[in-house]
Design a protein around this ligand. Structure first.
Ligand SMILES: Nc1nc2c(c(=O)[nH]1)N[C@H]1C(S)=C(S)[C@@H](COP(=O)(O)O)O[C@H]1N2
Ligand SMILES: [Mo]
Length: 438
């Protein structure tokens, strides 16, 4: 099966016959032969009439006729200047100030499962502190046998781990509990990232200080102006919490907590305290703090849940999406991301009719616990209107709920933990809208 229809390939062949004034006849012939055999092979991009110019095949582009810039002209590499629209974005009306705000990852522009460091969404309560790592210390005290203060060098002497985990703010999608209002994937789902995080397991450090038998909770506190603190149950700390100093191979970015942060895999982002300076072992949680009580979940019956640590199974279609409409008819790769704070993604189903019928998507690449997982489905779009949905199932058997099911359980006034099946409406002209089905 050719991905592009024959008409287009035929048109390209004609163009190639007409073009080629900058090539001599023999090399032009050769080139045409090669490009046509390539086309006959599998998927390829056919040139459109208006894109055939002096820089396009079979002409030799100007950048092939000159030398490029040399090594270390950019000591720390940057994306191509043509990628200037692939950036974090914020919603100005969400917060009064940029130092207590959130920016979103441009999921619509990314491939694979790793979020590049410069595009990881940011969430601050008091801005990014400027911390000299030589002056930074981590104290571990409270109900421990041997309280200690660690330098960054001390921490790097312990055996380390490197793990690919997603990080999601529980407010992701929270603006849409009452109805759709964000026209873009970046804004509906972009408080989400997935990096390879390196550091020391918290269990290793707790072994070093020796937790007393009364010790049941770990209070983690940041060194930013907010001195943000969260309490984590000891079981989680011993299971998979990491004290992180590196992200996708390099030192943590200032925005992500340089030089040290906590990472609680699969748990709500706010428990992953950045600019980590203090861990205090206690016998009860620090839930009297105002900051903690803000992250409660209001239920339909008016009661509130004090702790909702886990980011439940969720998924979204990333291509197409409002930012990436389908501009032509024909074959596309429908793609998306799924994740679960409880483990691995077992399966993802896709619906094109708003959840009436479902078909299984293919899982792409690696499937890791508490990491983004990419899914895909080849799809031929011929201009028919669609209601696209994805539904993820994790290894616990949990099935991502519909919005109606979630509202039944949690009412209309929740903010956090909105992991409902999401709907993109594809219209006849290919544009994609954020809609909710009743
Ligand atoms: N010290 C400190 N840690 C913090 C925060 C903060 O404001 N201060 N924000 C939290 C919240 S609410 C989230 S969602 C995550 C976001 O992590 P990121 O900015 O690396 O994406 O960091 C958490 N850790
Ligand atoms: Mo958050």
């Amino acid at each position: 099966m050719a991905w592009f229809d024959d008409k287009e390939e035929f048109y390209l062949a004609q163009q190639l016959e007409k073009e080629g004034n900058s090539l001599d006849i023999s090399s032009r012939r050769h080139f045409i032969k090669n490009s046509l055999s390539f086309l006959a092979g599998s998927a390829s991009i056919a040139a459109l009439p208006n894109t055939v110019n002096a820089q396009t095949p079979p002409n030799i582009p100007k950048w092939t006729r000159s030398l490029g810039r040399g090594v270390v002209s950019v000591p720390y590499g940057q994306p191509s200047k043509y990628q200037k629209n692939t950036v974090r974005r914020t919603v100005p009306w969400l917060t009064a100030d940029s130092i207590s705000a959130v920016s979103m990852t441009p999921l619509q522009d990314l491939k694979g499962i790793i979020t590049p460091n410069g595009l990881v969404f940011e969430r601050y309560h008091a801005g990014v502190p400027d911390i000299n790592p030589d002056q930074h210390r981590l104290i571990i005290h409270g109900l421990v046998e041997r309280p200690r203060i660690f330098t960054m060098d001390d921490l790097k002497r312990f055996p380390s781990v490197s793990e690919i985990k997603f990080l999601e703010c529980p407010a992701n999608g929270g603006m849409e509990w009452k109805g759709p209002q964000m026209q873009g994937l970046q804004f509906t789902h972009g408080m989400l990232s997935c990096c390879e995080w390196s550091g020391v397991k918290l269990s290793t450090l707790l072994q070093e200080v020796g937790v007393k038998s009364e010790g049941k909770w770990v209070l983690a506190e940041g060194a930013d102006g907010a001195a943000m603190a969260r309490s984590i149950p000891l079981e989680k700390a011993l299971e998979d919490t990491i004290v992180v100093y590196a992200q996708n191979g390099e030192a943590l970015r200032p925005e992500q907590g340089y030089p040290l942060r906590l990472l609680n895999p699969g748990w709500e982002g706010n428990t992953s305290i950045k600019w980590l300076r203090r861990l205090e072992i206690g016998d009860k949680p620090w839930y009297m703090r105002e900051e903690t009580s803000k992250y409660t979940d209001l239920m339909a019956d008016g009661k509130a849940r004090k702790f909702s640590f886990v980011q439940e199974c969720n998924s979204v279609i990333t291509s197409p999406c409002p930012e990436k409409p389908w501009k032509k008819h024909g074959w596309y790769e429908l793609e998306g991301l799924a994740w679960s704070g409880n483990g691995t993604i077992k399966a993802v189903d896709v619906s094109i009719d708003g959840g009436v019928k479902w078909q299984p998507a293919q899982i792409k690449g690696v499937v890791l616990s508490k990491a983004l997982t990419r899914f895909s489905l080849p799809f031929k779009w011929q201009g028919q209107p669609l209601l696209l949905q994805s539904r993820a199932i994790d290894n616990t058997g949990y099935v991502q709920p519909t919005l109606a099911q979630l509202r039944e359980q949690r009412g209309m006034n929740s903010i956090y933990h909105k992991n409902a099946i999401h709907t993109w409406q594809v219209t006849a002209d290919g544009s994609v809208n954020n809609v909710q089905l009743s």
